[in-house]
Design a protein around this ligand. Structure first.
Ligand code: HEC
Ligand code: HEC
Ligand code: HEC
Ligand code: HEC
Length: 498
């Protein structure tokens, strides 16, 4: 027989143990927490207290990584991409672009047609068009020799611009490149996009998609045409298996099929895999879009949303010239400013205290190579005034209170001091990582460091090499003030000798 009384005692005992246990654990959690606060908590708290070494900016920065929708707007996507491509894409994104982020939604072919019909119904009735030489629009095999040569010249011109513009820093092509980690692989872009759209896009990305992370370069019409030809004609941007096949015929039939069904299909009787059965094709498409919540990632006109989208500041409301430049070139896709933006390129928060204003202007206008290993800034073809705006703002706002720039400001080191510094430079093995006349490429090139860096910052950096970039590989040599001063004198003398 079971003794229920005993059982009651037992369960009471267990309950008491449990209560005691939970009290003990919560006490120990509180105790543990008070010993070791969560670093995230500390960071939030310090931002809240405002004791970061930040100077208050005259505007709120727009972080390209915090956009309201993950994917691009679909408003005019039918002017951008051909229908056959859109269809294959919605069916299976990663089959079309290797680094696709859009999930596969398992829609049936009919549902996809309906979605495309809806996307057609919301698109602007016309899209800016360019005049193209008739020869360029022909298939390669149909071009005359003259036409082919013309095309070929444009393509090689485009290839050179592509290289200088470093498009490859954001875009991988068939898996190669794309170090910034944004932007689709362009390895098959020629089969996707329409050339009128491509021209317009490279010219003004934000005109099509306001929250894009892509930079606007200042290209001339001629440069744009070369780039378009390069992207549309070069094999780098066409799928590999297509080489030599010539599948134009196939493409045409599929497009024709879609146009036929576009208008009229109503109330499909068949129970099959369709999600929505009533209405015109476009109306069904809209419901399918709502059902699949495409709007979570895309701005799609006319579709009911659960939450209203935050309104973006328009260009006109932006009054600060630097803010305009920042948003237009999307500097923050690569650079971090006061805790916002990307981390690919050097953080700009304190660049004004590190770099000389004149050098900044020259660099933004025509970046030269300081850090090799694929970490170079593209040339955006900024005007001299734009570069000056950039440099002035950096000098005024991206400064640190901790860096003392005055003590070395007007120092002119003697030859003796310089050669003493050089001895230390050689002895410490700085050249394993840095190049002056020769050396390594792990760290920035120091050949012109005296033109580039504020003297006071060089000293500051040598005394505390991990202060600005905590995980930098440069060892902390625990240099004495004397050694650091000598090294600073030597590095200050590393200038363009002209
Ligand atoms: C979880 C987010 C997400 C959802 C949900 C989603 N997409 Fe996408 N979509 C993306 C992203 C991100 C891209 C950009 C390409 C990439 O990186 O994958 C994209 C690209 C596209 C493109 C190509 C646009 C262009 O400009 O190249 C189309 C068309 C598209 N999506 C349609 C749809 C439709 C239709 C639905 C709903 C049935 C949908 N998407 C649902 C994230 C999403
Ligand atoms: C700062 C990074 C960055 C740079 C530099 C950049 N792009 Fe982009 N590009 C993007 C991103 C990101 C997208 C996708 C839209 C989005 O999500 O903002 C894109 C989209 C594109 C697309 C459309 C591809 C598609 O499948 O929808 C083309 C074409 C393109 N870029 C060409 C270029 C060219 C040509 C250059 C150089 C002149 C260039 N990009 C430089 C970031 C960049
Ligand atoms: C596509 C990414 C990208 C974009 C967009 C970009 N930069 Fe850069 N930037 C870089 C990289 C990479 C470097 C490092 C270059 C080097 O060391 O050779 C750099 C370096 C710099 C430097 C020098 C920093 C140093 O310590 O050496 C400044 C200043 C700068 N960028 C400002 C800007 C400004 C201002 C904008 C916008 C107008 C901008 N950048 C847009 C990638 C970018
Ligand atoms: C193990 C490699 C390594 C060694 C050795 C090394 N550095 Fe560096 N150094 C770096 C790296 C990496 C950076 C870049 C940190 C960053 O991205 O801002 C750097 C940055 C610098 C800078 C700032 C330049 C800039 O653009 O931010 C100076 C000045 C410098 N080092 C001087 C020296 C001197 C002097 C020595 C020898 C006493 C030395 N370094 C030894 C790797 C090294």
């Amino acid at each position: 027989m079971i003794n229920t009384k005993k059982l009651n005692h037992l369960s009471a005992f267990i309950i008491i143990c449990m209560i005691l246990g939970s009290v003990l654990t919560s006490v120990s959690t509180i105790y543990a927490q008070s010993l070791e606060p969560d670093p995230l908590f500390l960071e939030i708290e310090s931002i809240y207290r405002g004791d970061k070494d930040y100077k208050q900016l005259p505007f709120v920065t727009e972080d390209p990584y915090m956009r309201s929708k993950n994917g691009p707007t679909l408003k005019n996507v039918v002017h951008k991409a051909n229908k056959e491509w859109i269809k294959k894409w919605i069916d299976n994104p990663t089959a079309m672009i290797p680094n696709a982020r859009m999930p596969r939604l398992m829609l049936s072919s009919d549902d996809i047609d309906a979605v495309i019909a809806y996307l057609e119904s919301i698109a602007d009735s016309s899209f800016p068009k360019q005049e193209w030489d008739a020869g360029l629009l022909k298939a390669e095999d149909d071009m005359t020799d003259d036409e082919y040569d013309k095309m070929d010249t444009l393509v090689s011109g485009g290839k050179a611009i592509w290289g200088r513009a470093r498009c490859n820093i954001c875009h991988a092509v068939k898996g190669k490149g794309g170090a910034v980690g944004v932007g689709p692989d362009l390895g098959r872009v020629a089969e996707k996009v329409n050339r009128d759209w491509l021209y317009q896009w490279i010219k003004e990305p934000r005109g099509y998609f306001h929250e894009t992370q892509m930079s606007r370069y200042r290209f001339t019409d001629e440069e744009l045409r070369k780039l378009v030809e390069y992207l549309m004609q070069d094999w780098d941007f066409k799928p590999e298996e297509e080489e030599g096949e010539g599948d134009n015929g196939e493409e045409e039939t599929v497009t024709a099929e879609v146009t036929e069904t576009e208008e009229t299909v109503e109330a499909v009787v068949d129970d099959g895999p369709l999600l929505v059965h009533e209405g015109t094709l476009a109306e069904r498409g809209k419901k399918i879009i709502e059902f699949n919540r495409c709007f979570v990632c895309h701005e799609i006109e006319g579709v009911l949303e659960l939450l209203p989208v935050k309104r973006q500041k328009s260009e006109k409301e932006t009054t600060n010239e630097f803010e305009k430049l920042l948003n237009d070139v999307r500097c923050m896709t690569c650079h971090n400013i006061q805790g916002h933006g990307g981390t690919f390129a050097p953080e700009l928060t304190h660049e004004g205290s590190k770099l000389k204003g004149e050098w900044i202007k020259g660099f933004i206008e025509t970046p030269d190579i300081i850090r090799p290993l694929l970490k170079q800034m593209p040339k955006f073809n900024l005007t001299s005034e734009e570069a000056q705006t950039g440099a002035d703002f950096v000098e005024e706002y991206f400064v640190s209170n901790e860096i003392d720039l005055d003590s070395f400001a007007n120092v002119a080191p003697t030859d003796d001091e310089i050669s003493k510094g050089k001895e230390i430079y050689d002895a410490k093995g700085c050249k394993t990582c840095h190049t002056i006349s020769e050396g390594g490429i792990v760290g920035p090139n120091l050949k012109r460091v005296g033109d580039r860096m504020e003297n006071g910052f060089i000293f500051f950096h040598l005394k505390d090499p991990h202060h600005e970039v905590p995980d930098a590989v440069e060892p902390d040599y625990n240099l004495s003030d004397e050694e650091a001063t000598a090294l600073t004198h030597y590095l200050m003398s590393c200038k363009d000798k002209k």
